[in-house]
Design a protein around this ligand. Structure first.
Ligand SMILES: NC(=O)c1ccc[n+]([C@@H]2O[C@H](COP(=O)([O-])OP(=O)(O)OC[C@H]3O[C@@H](n4cnc5c(N)ncnc54)[C@H](O)[C@@H]3O)[C@@H](O)[C@H]2O)c1
Length: 282
């Protein structure tokens, strides 16, 4: 089956980037958001990303128009009916995702492959709520999507080898490098990354070092491009908190337990870059 039209459900931090790279790769893209305001904001993010590229001379103005021309926004899930491949990128909550997939399952053609960009929820659990569990994969992109090369392609025990290889080929067609992973909570990257990020918060809580010194230590001591607390601000403290809770629930291992400071910061609305303040002020 040739993939021509891609559906993207959710146009927040990750969904806007995913919609952008799909349009850049030449796919027609239908993007669904909950209301006109969220849709305008999401598509606006793509427009300003490309506009910055034009200003810097990296993107031709006509290329920006061409990419924007392939993106169609909607608030109606039924508008994704003709999509060949649909990527769900809504909040990290199983109930919200289940509702989206059940509605998509009823709206889309039987040939369409479904993918979730979940960081920590079970692909098998989501797949089982649809009638196309054999054509259901995880497609885990990284932030910022237009710049980060990696996509984890996740297979559940129900995914057919054909659909899995199509998803791998689709990720490659976006100019990304796919790695194959099984449906274990956190897949490869978050399984290793999340305990590290949570430990950085615990180190701060325990007074091992200041915010700046913890970040500088990991940058210069381990050659990381950014420190863990800066990275947490990029990812979003709310998103990290949801992921930690889901991983703790799955593995019952204290290394995944959300530190008190993380919970307090989320309750206080300090969510990182997206709210203007996290471990740093923006
Ligand atoms: N933030 C990261 O670095 C990162 C990285 C990889 C994966 N993820 C995963 O990507 C997903 C989205 O995360 P995000 O950071 O983009 O969150 P976000 O809060 O920035 O965006 C979520 C968007 O989904 C929209 N939405 C909610 N319900 C919807 C529905 N029924 N239909 C259409 N839109 C709906 C919201 O309005 C919001 O704009 C989560 O599953 C998260 O775990 C996040």
């Amino acid at each position: 089956m040739a993939i021509k039209t891609v559906g993207v459900v959710g146009c927040g931090l990750m969904g806007s980037g995913i919609a952008q790279v799909c349009a850049e790769a030449g796919y027609d893209v239908v993007v669904r958001e909950v209301d006109e305001g969220a849709l305008k904001k999401g598509l606006g993010k793509i427009e300003s990303f490309l506009a910055r590229g034009v200003e810097k001379g990296k993107v031709k103005p006509e290329r920006k128009d061409e990419v924007m021309g392939r993106l169609k926004g909607t608030t109606n899930l039924a508008d994704l009916a003709k999509c060949d491949f649909v990527i769900e990128v809504v909040v990290e909550n199983i109930e919200a995702k289940r509702q989206v997939f059940q509605a998509l399952d009823a709206a889309c053609g039987p040939h369409a492959i479904f993918a979730s960009n979940t960081s920590s929820l079970s692909i098998t659990e989501m797949a089982a709520t649809t009638k196309r569990a054999d054509r259901f994969v995880g497609l885990h992109f990284f932030n910022p999507v237009p710049l980060m090369k990696l996509v984890e392609v996740v297979r559940s025990p129900l995914t057919s080898p054909e659909a899995f290889e199509q998803a791998v080929a689709f990720a490659t067609s976006l100019g990304k490098t796919p790695v194959r992973a099984g449906d274990k909570t956190g897949f490869i990257v978050n399984r290793l990354l999340v305990p590290y990020l949570l430990d950085a918060i615990r180190a701060l809580e325990e007074g091992v070092g200041s915010t700046a010194d913890i970040d500088e230590g990991m940058k210069l001591g381990c050659g990381h491009p950014m420190g863990p607390l800066t990275l947490l601000d990029f990812v979003g403290l709310d998103t990290t908190y949801y992921i930690a809770n889901i991983m703790f629930d799955e593995f019952k291992d204290p290394m995944f337990a959300a530190p008190t400071l993380l919970k307090r910061m989320v309750l206080a609305g300090k969510l990182g870059r997206k709210s203007g303040e996290g471990f740093y002020k923006y």
